[in-house]
Write a protein that binds this ligand. Structure first.
Ligand SMILES: O=C(O)CCC(=O)C(=O)O
Length: 395
C-alpha cells in the first residue's frame, strides 16, 4: 500500500523543512488517492421516499465509516460562510494570552464564556503524545519547520460559530444535514459541538491520528455508532496535502492501539490503508467518530477551512459523564442539559427559515410544538445562542 521507502525524512529525525515535508508526502498521497477511488463512497445526497438517507448511502456509510456528500452547500452560501470565517480569522488574538488581533483591535470573543480560539505554532502537532483530550492522540505527527517569516502563532480551531457567525448559525439548521443526522442517529438525535479547523497554507498545525470517542468503548451495548459522527463542510478545495485522512473500517474494530501501529510502521505517521478526503467547496464529509483519523501539518500551498459539527444518538449522551473539553464541568448529561444544547438546532432552523423563506425547513422532532418559543430573535439569541458552547455534549 505505501510503496515508498521510509524516507530520509523520517519526520522525527531532526529538522525537516516545510518543503522537504511536502515533497516527502508525494507517494503517500498517490497511494491514498488510489485507495479512495477504489472505495468511492461519494456523491450527491439522496433521500428515499420516506425522507431518510437513501439506503445505498446508509449502507456505504456503515460499511466504511464515512461518506463524502458532494455539492450540499451552494456557492452563494459557501461565499457567505467564507466571509464570516474570514472575519473570525482576522479577529483572532495574536497569541494565546493576547487580547488584541493582528491589527491591534480587541480580539473577538473576549466576552464569551469560552474563548472561541485555539491557536497553534505553525506546523506543530499540539496534541500528539500528550494527555489532553483524554490522551486520545497517542503519537506525534511530523512537525516541519515553517518558512522564514512565519508568525509565532496561527489560528488552529475556532469555536462558537453559531454565536460569532450569522452564516454559521444558519448552516447549523441546514435541512439536508439535519435529515442526514436523523437518518444516522434517530429522530431524537442530539448535537455534540462545532469547531472550525483552520489550516493555513504552509502554516496549519497537524491533528495526530486518533479516534474521537472516549466514553462507550467498554460498554456492553457498544456498537459502530456509539460515539456519533462529525460533518465537515469544506469551504475551499481540499487536497491530500491539507485534508483530513481516515483509515476506513476502523469505526468497527474497537479502540485501536495507535502507538503500536505507528511504531510498527516503516513510514511512521504515514499510516497504511489511509485515504484523503478530497473535496470541492460546498462538499460535506461525514466521518464516524470511532474512525482512526488525523491530518498532517499543512506544508502545502493550499488553505483548508473545515466547519465541523457533530451529532449523537440521544441514548449515547443521556446519563453520560461529561468528557473531552467539557470534562472539567464534572456533570452528568441529563434531559435538561440535552434540551438546552439541542435548542441551538431549533433556533438555527428558524434563523435559516427567515433567511431562506423558499427552502423547506427541517422539522426537528424534539421541538415539535415548541417552534414559537424558539424563533430566532434577540431574546433567543441571548437565552439559547449566547455561550451555547458551554453546553456542548462531548462523549
Ligand atoms: O480536520 C482535521 O484536521 C481534524 C478533524 C478531527 O480530528 C475531528 O474532527 O475530530
Amino acid at each position: 500500500m505505501n510503496e515508498q521507502a521510509p524516507i530520509a525524512a523520517n519526520p522525527h529525525d531532526g529538522a525537516l523543512s516545510r518543503a522537504a515535508h511536502a515533497a516527502s508526502m508525494a507517494e503517500y498521497h498517490k497511494d491514498g488517492l488510489r485507495l479512495a477511488d477504489a472505495i468511492g463512497n461519494r456523491g450527491p445526497v439522496r433521500f428515499g421516499p420516506d425522507g431518510k438517507l437513501h439506503p445505498d448511502i446508509l449502507a456505504a456509510y456503515w460499511k466504511h465509516g464515512y461518506y463524502v456528500f458532494e455539492g450540499v452547500i451552494d456557492a452563494a452560501e459557501v461565499e457567505e460562510l467564507r466571509r464570516d470565517v474570514g472575519v473570525m480569522v482576522e479577529r483572532a488574538p495574536v497569541a494565546p494570552d493576547a487580547t488584541v488581533d493582528a491589527q491591534g483591535r480587541p480580539a473577538l470573543g473576549l466576552d464569551y464564556a469560552n474563548l472561541p480560539y485555539r491557536l497553534a505554532k505553525p506546523l506543530e502537532d499540539p496534541w500528539g503524545g500528550t494527555d489532553v483530550l483524554g490522551g486520545r492522540h497517542q503519537t506525534q505527527m511530523a512537525q516541519p519547520e515553517a518558512d522564514q517569516g512565519a508568525p509565532e502563532y496561527v489560528p488552529f480551531l475556532m469555536y462558537s460559530m453559531c454565536q460569532a457567525m450569522p452564516a454559521g448559525l444558519r448552516v447549523y439548521g441546514h435541512p439536508h444535514l439535519l435529515a442526514i443526522a436523523e437518518s444516522i442517529n434517530g429522530a431524537d438525535f442530539v448535537p455534540y459541538n462545532d469547531a472550525i479547523f483552520v489550516k493555513q497554507p504552509g502554516l496549519g498545525a497537524s491533528v495526530s491520528w486518533h479516534q474521537d470517542g472516549v466514553t462507550h468503548w467498554d460498554a456492553p451495548d457498544w456498537d459502530e455508532g456509539s460515539h456519533g459522527f462529525n460533518f465537515q463542510i469544506q469551504l475551499y478545495p481540499t487536497t491530500p496535502g491539507n485534508c483530513l485522512w481516515i483509515v476506513p473500517g476502523t469505526h468497527k474494530t474497537g479502540r485501536v492501539d495507535i502507538k503500536r501501529v505507528v511504531s510498527g510502521n516503516a513510514c511512521g505517521d504515514r499510516l497504511p490503508g489511509a485515504i484523503p478526503l478530497v473535496c470541492q467547496p460546498g462538499d460535506v464529509t461525514m466521518v464516524n467518530r470511532q474512525m482512526v483519523h488525523g491530518s498532517f501539518a499543512n506544508s502545502s500551498p493550499d488553505l483548508r477551512i473545515s466547519i465541523t459539527m457533530g451529532f449523537h444518538r440521544r441514548k449515547s449522551v443521556l446519563g453520560a459523564k461529561a468528557a473531552l473539553g467539557v470534562e472539567e464541568q464534572g456533570v452528568i448529561y441529563d434531559a435538561k442539559r440535552i434540551d438546552e444544547r439541542s435548542a441551538v438546532i431549533a433556533v438555527a432552523i428558524d434563523a435559516r427559515r427567515q433567511y431562506y423563506p423558499d427552502e423547506t425547513a427541517y422539522t426537528y422532532q424534539p421541538f415539535i410544538g415548541r417552534e414559537d418559543e424558539y424563533r430566532f430573535n434577540d431574546e433567543t439569541f441571548d437565552a439559547v445562542i449566547r455561550d451555547y458552547s458551554t453546553k456542548d455534549l462531548a462523549i
